[in-house]
Write a protein that binds this ligand. Structure first.
Ligand SMILES: Cc1ncc(COP(=O)(O)O)c(C=O)c1O
Length: 393
């Protein structure tokens, strides 16, 4: 019998895709399901971006591009980072990849091996833990705490660093909690990292433009003292509603760019050429589409917070960024997974159990508010009614 390797058997998955499949099944049976499970913008990719992709194909951009991405796109990424974050990035440091996830996977391959420890947030994006374990490294979770608004704490990270630690994975604004880490805390972390010069940082800033109520995005690239060991993960998926185009980028320390590019050459060769031209139009074109989507997310966020506040037994800290709310559901007496299943099967609302993002997510649900305000209000009303009926029974 043929079998996959032990490393492949260690790979985990994202339960978001499983919940989506079950929601579709129920819908096919005629059930009404409101989907607050999947983490992708419900907007269409803005028209001028789509047109640029089509034009690229018409203009004959059908072949391979440079493995690290077309130069104009890497220059546009550098200009965008300068404009948004006031950081100077050499386009030679930019590696265009098929989606945000790829930079994460490459970082795990770059730094992970048996004997090494890699720190990641708990609750956090489930793929962090999965790919670290795949690499053979030990995954060491650090807690994100509700009482801190799910910001990471410098002490919680620094106290877990050992001589075996090679990489720390950070994510702000965060999936699944919506937590945003304030600058003072990032300052403290960076100051502490001075004592650990062999530790690299992967900063997943894919939600870096999705912040609310005047919160500021803090990029790890803004700290010159650690620039030679920071890998930035970003991309187009969330900001420009381009999840299906598969387009993302990493900014790598100049000393690692060649190795990272080799990972690209050994896996996908280069990113789809038309998608790269679409990404160029996204960065070079008008940014009102981003502002408009953000305004819609801000209104939906207010709706979800308001509705959740009216559900007896649930509490929810204000999510500062991304498009997720992470209410505490422990007072229901059900496990997060039980609640996820019952809400989907009985109340017709797709959510994700907090526990699918790590053990510290037990007692929470993730609601993605990438849905219309009406659907959000209706979904939370269904949750409230279901909980009331259950209490009455
Ligand atoms: C925290 C985080 N990082 C990275 C990604 C991956 O994005 P992409 O679809 O561009 O691979 C996601 C997607 O859900 C995410 O939530």
């Amino acid at each position: 019998m043929i079998e996959p390797t032990a490393a492949v058997r260690r790979l985990a998955t994202e339960s978001a895709f499983e919940v989506l499949a079950r929601a579709k099944e129920l819908e096919a049976q005629g059930r009404s399901i409101i989907n607050l499970g999947i983490g992708q913008p419900d907007f269409r990719t803005p028209e001028h971006i789509v047109e640029a992709g089509i034009k690229a194909l018409r203009d004959g951009h059908h072949g391979y591009t440079a493995a690290n991405g077309i130069l104009e796109l890497r220059e546009a990424v550098a200009a965008d980072l300068d404009r948004r974050l006031a950081v100077a990035v050499d386009p030679a440091q930019v590696l265009i990849v098929p989606g945000g996830k790829v930079t994460m996977f490459f970082a795990a391959l770059m730094f992970g091996e048996p004997g090494v420890q890699i720190l990641h947030p708990d609750p956090g994006f489930p793929i962090y833990n999965s790919i670290v374990r795949f690499s053979g490294a030990r995954a060491v979770p650090f807690p994100l705490r509700e009482e801190n608004g799910f910001a990471f704490s410098a002490d919680d990270v620094l106290s877990r660093i050992t001589p075996a630690t090679r990489l720390v994975i950070l994510n702000s604004p965060a999936n699944p909690t919506g937590g945003v880490t304030p600058r003072a805390e990032v300052d403290r972390l960076v100051a502490g990292l001075a004592a650990h010069p062999r530790v690299a940082v992967l900063s997943d800033e894919i939600y870096g433009q999705m912040l609310y109520d005047g919160r500021e995005h803090v990029s790890l690239l803004q700290y010159p003292e650690i620039r030679d060991r920071v890998v930035l993960l970003d991309g187009w998926s969330k900001t420009y509603a381009m999840t299906g185009w598969r387009l993302g980028y990493g900014v790598w320390p100049i000393t690692l760019v060649e190795s990272a590019t080799r990972l690209a050459i050994n896996s996908h060769s280069c990113v789809n050429a038309a998608a790269q031209y679409a990404g160029l139009a996204a960065l070079d074109g008008p940014q009102d589409c981003v502002a408009e989507m953000l305004a819609a997310f801000a209104a939906r966020r207010r709706a979800v917070i308001e509705e959740l506040a009216a559900v007896p037994g649930l509490t929810c800290v204000d999510p500062g960024g991304a498009f997720y709310a992470f209410p505490n559901v422990s007072a229901t007496g059900l496990s997060a997974k039980e609640l996820e299943v019952k809400l989907l099967e009985e109340a017709g609302v797709a959510t994700l159990a907090g526990s699918s993002f790590g053990p510290r997510g037990e007692g929470y649900l993730r609601l993605s508010y990438a849905n219309s305000t009406d659907n959000i209000r209706a979904a939370v009303a269904r949750i409230r009614d279901w909980l009331e009926k259950r209490r009455a029974a």
